[in-house]
Design a protein around this ligand. Structure first.
Ligand code: ADP
Ligand code: TRP
Length: 331
């Protein structure tokens, strides 16, 4: 069975974009692949967050992943900092990658621009830590968004270079995994093209019905179509995307026809979207509350995940140490 791995930084809550763009597919993938899903808490240290925030966010994301349907018996669900083997591999990769290669990564340049007073070495070596995350399990597929393309290229470089230096074939070159030809993109509610935490235009999986309704009712619209069968402007197309992901085909066709014959009423459309989003989110939200109220269970699940992840990483590291020339038993 091929191995799949993906990580998410513990910042804030999961939103509909994360769910429909990523986590829902993880739930499907756990049936067919050997999956590792983890919470990248070490990676979040590049911005020096408050310790209490990290503690809280890790628990939140764990509960939300589980509420979405990630099954700890099928996939290995763990917290990055529970698997110390990753750090050793990170060190080895840092010996093989050049400063110039790391400095050229655009996410590094962007972050350095955003936090000019804290351009730390962790920020620079973010891609080698990510490579260690992936390659410690020798994962073949990594489902991530377009923004991670360069980090993935660095992970392939780490694999290739290690194999070349030591004349081995230990690491496969991990590939980006795209769920379909056309990536699902959940739009924002403010007329922007993408729902995202930093844009503050999200519906969160933990939002209650009242909050969801309020957010949907505030979504931007225009004056309505003036000519039959006209093309939809982006803000209206965005609303139809929501119909597509959470409403019935009948509802979609009903409003599409109204659009085409210029009788559409946006109030009614938004009410339909709000109802259907509430129905989609409510069962997930209930499960989030259940998991969050059971901290013992969360701890048990993360301990179980850490054990499985450590076992896999330790096997890789044992081989790596031998290859590098660290053979404590033969000294
Ligand atoms: P954010 O943009 O809120 O910071 P992340 O960058 O942490 O979210 O994304 C985590 C995962 O969710 C990635 O796989 C990303 O591709 C997916 N994702 C985030 N926002 C969207 C969206 N609006 N539509 C589809 N997928 C998304
Ligand atoms: N860099 C990823 C992000 O910002 C998170 C991440 C860390 C990751 N390590 C990973 C993703 C390994 C995939 C594989 O979203």
């Amino acid at each position: 069975m091929e191995t799949v791995l993906s990580g998410i930084r513990p910042t804030g809550h999961l939103h509909l974009g994360n769910y429909f763009g990523a986590v829902k597919s993880f739930v499907k993938m756990q049936e067919e692949y050997n999956c590792y899903f983890f919470i990248a808490d070490w990676h979040s240290l590049t911005t020096c967050p408050d310790p209490e925030d990290i503690r809280q966010s890790v628990k939140t994301i764990l509960a939300e992943y589980l509420a979405c349907g990630i099954d700890p018996e099928k996939a290995t669900l763990y917290v990055q900092s529970d698997v110390r083997e990753t750090l050793e591999l990170y060190l080895y990769f840092n010996m093989n990658i050049y400063l110039g290669e790391l400095e050229r990564v655009t996410t590094f340049k962007e972050k350095a621009r955003k936090q000019p007073n804290n351009v730390n070495a962790g920020l620079l070596t973010y891609p080698t830590l990510m490579a260690a995350d992936i390659l410690q399990h020798r994962a073949k597929w990594v489902p991530v968004g377009k923004d991670q393309e360069q980090n993935m290229e660095m992970a392939r470089k780490c694999a290739r270079r290690f194999n070349n230096i030591y004349h081995v074939e230990i690491f496969p070159e991990p590939q980006n995994f795209y769920f379909s030809d056309k990536a699902v993109k959940i739009p924002g509610l403010d007329g922007s093209g993408k729902m995202g935490k930093s844009d503050g235009n999200c519906i969160y999986l933990c939002d209650d019905d009242k909050v969801i309704r309020k957010k949907v009712m505030k979504a931007l619209t225009d004056n309505g179509p003036q000519t039959p069968n006209s093309e939809k402007p982006e803000i209206i197309e965005n609303l139809f995307t929501f119909l597509q992901i959470c409403s019935s085909k009948e509802a979609y066709d009903y409003f599409n026809e109204q659009w085409n014959n210029c009788t559409i009423r946006y109030g009614e459309l938004k009410k339909q979207i709000a109802d259907d989003l509430c129905n989609t989110v409510a069962p997930i939200r209930e499960r989030i509350l259940e998991f969050s109220a059971n901290q013992d269970l969360l701890e048990k699940i993360s301990r179980h995940g850490a054990e499985k992840a450590r076992e896999s990483a330790a096997a890789t590291l044992k081989e790596v140490r031998q290859i590098i020339g660290f053979n404590p038993n033969e000294r």
